[in-house]
Design a protein around this ligand. Structure first.
Ligand SMILES: [Zn+2]
Ligand SMILES: [Zn+2]
Length: 239
């Protein structure tokens, strides 16, 4: 990763922006094509809200997602500099902490992120900051895979806050972070599918597209990202 920093700041930013954008069109585009275009009639029974999101909504979702990736690219540039300067808890040899810790560290990142997401999400719903941060994401009352990263820039900055928390507090290998981020991208897109695919609900405490759809329609409930533990504990869970 450090080699990337040999590029000029602008070239690196442009490279990050291109990777994030391509990744977005791939991860959101495939389920969109599959569920909303090719299989629109076949999977109609799985659609949570019977109405399809309008073209203008999808265009707005893509627009705000691209703005989010501008913010994320700047953040990643900063994180890479911290990494290069040895400020983080990064380690390069898996044997240093072993394979068990390597796998465990990915789970820890997921649990940390779920907790961070729940509380930052609740914070953004506070009247004092809602309209300056999270209101934009709630404009998309009928979510689609394109809405997973459709945030106000201030929300984008807040959502990135999990990365410094992880890289400064727990020993992490480059690949464990890559696995965690890949999981995060797929799962965030999954909960915004707008389709209730029961076969993909594997355990009781899993957050699902149906749970997140409830949140987009009624913002008092279901603040969780991956799990429903915090919602159940805090009395904000609704099916
Ligand atoms: Zn959402
Ligand atoms: Zn919300």
């Amino acid at each position: 990763m450090e080699k990337l920093l040999e590029l000029s700041a602008f070239k690196l930013w442009l490279l990050l922006m291109s990777v994030l954008t391509l990744r977005y069109f791939f991860v959101a585009g495939i389920p969109y094509l599959w569920l909303y275009v090719i299989g629109k009639d076949k999977y109609r029974g799985y659609k949570i809200q019977k109405k399809q999101p309008s073209v203008s909504q999808v265009v707005l979702e893509v627009k705000y997602s691209l703005i989010t990736f501008c913010v994320y690219s700047s953040g990643i540039w900063l994180f890479l500099n911290w990494l290069k300067n040895g400020y983080t808890q990064n380690y390069t040899n898996i044997d240093e902490f072993g394979n068990v810790y390597f796998v465990f560290s990915v789970f820890i990142m997921i649990i940390m992120h779920d907790t961070y997401s729940y509380w930052i999400h609740r914070l953004m719903h506070h009247n004092a900051i809602f309209k300056y941060t999270h209101l934009l994401h709630h404009k998309f009352k009928n979510p689609s895979p394109w809405s997973a990263f459709a945030f106000h820039p201030f929300e984008s900055v807040l959502t990135m806050g999990i990365i410094p928390i992880i890289i400064f507090t727990i020993p992490w290998h480059n690949w464990s972070l890559v696995i965690f981020i890949t999981w995060m991208i797929f799962y965030d897109t999954f909960v915004h599918l707008g389709y209730n695919i029961k076969q993909l609900k594997l355990f009781k405490f899993q957050n699902t597209p149906l749970d997140h759809d409830v949140h987009h329609r009624n913002s008092k409930y279901n603040f969780g990202l991956y799990f429903t533990f915090w919602d159940r504990l805090m009395g904000t869970y609704k099916t």
